[in-house]
Design a protein around this ligand. Structure first.
Ligand SMILES: Nc1ncnc2c1ncn2[C@@H]1O[C@H](COP(=O)(O)OP(=O)(O)OP(=O)(O)O)[C@@H](O)[C@H]1O
Ligand SMILES: [Mg+2]
Length: 374
C-alpha cells in the first residue's frame, strides 16, 4: 500500500536547485492523489514557462516512481498566483539564511550513496572508480568516505595528505586523482583530534563531514561510500541530505531476492530512492581476454528486476582492481581501456544519464543567489 506519507517523503527529495530547497518545503505541492499503484502529484511552478519545469517534472516522476508499489506517476503542473509566488520567495529567503547550518553540500550537487545489502561486495572499489570515471567525463566530483572506522578510500586513491582547516575552521577536502576527498583516514592523528573523533557517534561524524567541510561550489556529483550494514549512517544521511539517491552494489552469486528485501527496506525507511544496480565481480577476464563467470551470472540483473531499476554496470573481476586499490591507482582513471576500465566508463555514463547534472543558472536561480548575498 502506497501512503501519502511515502509520496511526501519522496517529494522531499525533489529539489528546486534554484531556490535551494525541496518542493514540499517550498509549498509547491498542490495535491497528491493515490489510487492503488497510480499516483498523481500536482506541482505549482513559479511561472508557467519556468525553465526548470522539465527537470522538476522528471525528478518528481523518477523519485515518486521509485517508491515500492508505485506503478504510474502523473505530474500535473500549474502556475502559482502572484501571492503564492511571494510566499515562496519568502520561504526561499528564509532557507537561504538557514542554509549555512544544515549542510555545506551545494544544492545543485547530485548525491549518490553507494550501498549494498552485505559487506565486502566492492562498494569502496566501485565508489572510487565510478567517481574517477564521472570526473573523466568532465564533471567536478567529490568522494565522501562514510565508513568512519573501516575507511579504505585514502588507500584506494593513494593519498596520505591531511585535511586542513581554513580560517573559518572549515575542513578543506584533499585533492586526489582529480577528486575532492574526505575521510576519517585523512584527519590528523594527533591525540586531541583522535580523541575527539573517537568520542563522536558515527552519525555525528557524518554530520561533521556534511556541515564542516567546504566542498567546491561547483561540485556536480558527490559519491558517498557507505559502510556495510543498514543502520544509523543510512538514516543520518537521508536526514541530512534528503536529495541523496542510492546505487546498490551486488555480486552475481548473492541471492537477489534476499538482498532486494534488505535494500528495499533500507530505502523505504530512509526515503532514499534507488536509482540502479551495479553488479561487481561479474566475470573473470584472463590475460588472453577470455571471460569466465566464476561466481555464476545474472545476480545483478535479477536484483535490478526485483527492485525495478536498471542494471547500470557489470564490472568484471580484474586483478588490476585489487592492485590498483592497494597502490592507489583506480583503473577507471589509469587504464580506461582495460576490461574493468571500459565498464566503469559505461557505468559512469549510464549514471550521468539517469541523474543528469542539475542546472541552476536561470533567472529565478540568480534571484535566489542575490537574496542570499543580501
Ligand atoms: N571487480 C573486482 N575484481 C577484483 N577484485 C575486486 C573487485 N571489486 C572489489 N575487489 C576486491 O575485493 C575486496 C573488497 O572490495 P571493497 O573493499 O571495495 O568492498 P566493500 O564492499 O567496500 O567492503 P566493506 O563492506 O568492507 O566496506 C578488495 O580487496 C577489492 O580490491
Ligand atoms: Mg568499503
Amino acid at each position: 500500500m502506497v501512503t501519502t506519507e511515502d509520496v511526501y517523503g519522496a517529494l522531499r527529495a525533489v529539489m528546486d536547485p534554484e531556490l535551494g530547497s525541496d518542493v514540499v518545503d517550498l509549498g509547491m505541492v498542490t495535491h497528491v492523489d493515490i489510487d492503488g499503484g497510480d499516483v498523481e502529484v500536482g506541482i505549482a511552478l513559479t511561472i508557467a514557462e519556468c525553465p526548470m519545469r522539465g527537470q522538476i517534472d522528471a525528478e518528481t516522476n523518477r523519485k515518486v516512481g521509485a517508491i515500492p508499489g508505485v506503478e504510474r506517476v502523473k505530474v500535473v503542473t500549474t502556475a502559482m498566483t502572484k501571492r503564492q509566488r511571494s510566499e515562496l520567495m519568502e520561504t526561499a529567503r528564509l532557507r537561504a539564511r538557514e542554509r549555512a547550518q544544515p549542510t555545506r553540500v551545494p544544492t545543485q550537487t547530485r548525491v549518490l550513496a553507494i550501498a549494498s545489502g552485505k559487506g565486502g561486495v566492492g562498494k569502496s572499489t566501485t565508489t572510487v572508480n565510478v567517481a574517477a570515471a564521472i570526473a573523466d567525463l568532465g564533471f567536478r566530483v567529490g568522494v565522501l568516505d562514510a565508513d568512519i572506522w573501516g575507511f579504505s578510500i585514502p588507500r584506494m586513491l593513494g593519498t596520505t595528505d591531511r585535511i586542513e582547516a581554513d580560517e573559518a575552521a572549515l575542513m578543506i577536502p584533499v585533492e586526489a586523482q582529480g577528486l575532492q576527498v574526505v575521510s576519517t583516514g585523512l584527519i590528523t592523528e594527533d591525540e586531541g583530534t583522535a580523541l575527539m573523533w573517537r568520542g563522536l557517534m558515527l552519525s555525528k561524524a557524518l554530520e561533521q563531514f556534511l556541515t564542516q567541510v567546504k566542498w567546491a561550489d561547483d561540485l556536480d556529483y558527490l559519491l558517498i561510500d557507505m559502510p556495510p550494514g543498514t543502520g544509523d549512517i543510512q538514516m543520518a544521511l537521508s536526514r541530512l541530505l534528503p536529495q541523496a539517491e542510492m546505487v546498490v552494489v551486488t555480486t552475481p552469486q548473492q541471492t537477489a531476492q534476499r538482498v532486494a528485501v534488505r535494500v528495499a527496506d533500507m530505502a523505504r525507511r530512509s526515503h532514499m530512492p534507488i536509482i540502479g544496480v551495479v553488479e561487481n565481480m561479474s566475470t573473470f577476464v584472463c590475460d588472453h581476454g577470455e571471460e569466465y563467470a566464476l561466481f555464476g551470472s545474472g545476480g545483478g540483473q535479477q536484483l535490478a528486476d526485483e527492485l525495478a531499476v536498471p542494471l547500470v554496470g557489470s564490472i568484471p573481476l580484474d586483478t588490476a582492481l585489487v592492485s590498483g586499490g592497494d597502490d592507489g591507482v583506480p583503473p577507471a582513471h589509469h587504464s580506461p581501456d582495460s576490461p574493468s576500465g571500459l565498464e566503469y566508463r559505461r557505468t559512469a555514463a549510464e549514471l550521468v544519464k539517469l541523474v543528469p547534472p542539475l542546472e541552476d543558472e536561470t533567472c529565478v536561480g540568480r534571484m535566489a543567489k542575490l537574496l542570499e548575498s543580501l
